[in-house]
Design a protein around this ligand. Structure first.
Ligand code: DGY
Length: 320
């Protein structure tokens, strides 16, 4: 008998077919709408494998319903949406999709840094709104990227890939991480500094740490107050790592020059969120890994992990 699986969002046919060859597949067949919780609660009771996205909260009460569940495969590198400890206790494997999205997410991180520094969105809106009457010396001036100092919180795969891009702009690069990475320091010519020095001396701060209980509000009012008033904060990791209220106050009061955000504490972010009212915020809808190739690779890797787990093998990207 084929194992049963549930997929929480409509995936490309190619990916679904791969799983259908060996599994009995049920899928929430909508692309732009997450599966309602009550449906997920019902479906999880019947399956051995769950293929989910970061939009689903896979918490203990849900896992308790999955009495036959062997594996939860998340189509994302971050897995803060899953209660991994609860899954582990129940002997349920949890997997993610690292590696395949590294370069694409680093591209977006650097693009967001550039867009924020040089006010690309604001400038485009200015032109389209018919406000461009003349060229003028200080009109829509931003911050220089070339030769500036970049500070990176979280030197994982994506952090290192951002460093490579920044080197092309002759940036001085600091990083802060749970552990020092001596090889990376030597290979990439970067310097490990403590958290406060990174905040004080960087022109650009990129947040790239995983979201855990320790990194919740890792950047709050105290941290923001250390940053230069000309500095830019970029967050392409998870919303909860930066305290949004503190960020709003810092940006509004001119303690911080700008912010580029791809992630929010609550997603989708409300369009009346105070941060979205500020012209010095570039806001994107969580598109870090959103290239066609990369999303397909993530979807396929999540399928591979799921199938390995169902076969009783150790999946390539087991997190517990
Ligand atoms: C992830 O994978 O965790 C990203 O946030 C979405 O690609």
């Amino acid at each position: 008998m084929k194992p049963k699986i549930y997929i929480t969002r409509k995936l490309p046919d190619l990916v679904v077919e791969k799983m259908r060859e060996v599994c009995e597949v049920k899928m929430w067949d909508k692309e732009e709408e997450p599966v309602p919780r009550e449906i997920l609660e019902k479906e999880i009771q019947d399956v051995e494998g769950l293929y989910c996205l970061l939009t689903e909260r896979i918490d203990q009460p849900l896992l308790n319903l999955g009495t036959r569940l062997k594996i939860v495969s998340n189509m994302a590198v971050g897995y803060n949406n899953i209660d991994v400890a609860a899954a582990t206790e129940k002997g349920i494997k949890v997997t993610n999709t690292p590696g395949v999205l590294t370069e694409t997410t680093a591209d977006l991180t650097f693009a967001l840094l550039m867009a924020t520094a040089r006010r690309l969105v604001e400038s485009s809106d200015y032109l389209r709104a018919g406000k461009w009457q003349t060229w003028s010396p200080m009109q829509l001036t931003g911050q220089d990227i070339y030769g500036a100092t970049l500070g990176i919180f979280g030197l994982g795969r994506i952090g290192e890939a951002v460093v490579k891009r920044a080197r092309g702009f002759d940036m001085k690069i600091y990083y802060h991480n749970r552990s020092r990475k001596l090889n990376a320091e030597e290979e990439l010519g970067i310097e490990y500094v403590d958290k406060n020095r990174l905040l004080r001396e960087s022109d650009f701060v990129c947040v790239l740490t995983p979201y855990t209980t320790e990194t919740r509000n890792y950047i709050g009012a105290a941290e923001l107050s250390l940053m230069k008033p000309t500095a830019v904060l970029i967050n392409t990791a998870r919303g909860g790592i930066v305290d949004e209220e503190a960020l709003y106050q810092a940006l509004k009061n001119g303690e911080l020059w700008g912010a580029g955000l791809d992630v929010y504490e609550e997603e989708p972010v409300r369009t009346d969120h105070p941060l979205l009212s500020l012209p010095n915020v570039v806001a994107l809808p969580h598109i870090g890994s959103a290239s066609k190739n990369t999303r397909l690779k993530m979807a396929l890797l999540a399928a591979e992990n799921l199938l390995d787990g169902l076969r009783g093998e150790i999946p390539k990207n087991l997190v517990n």
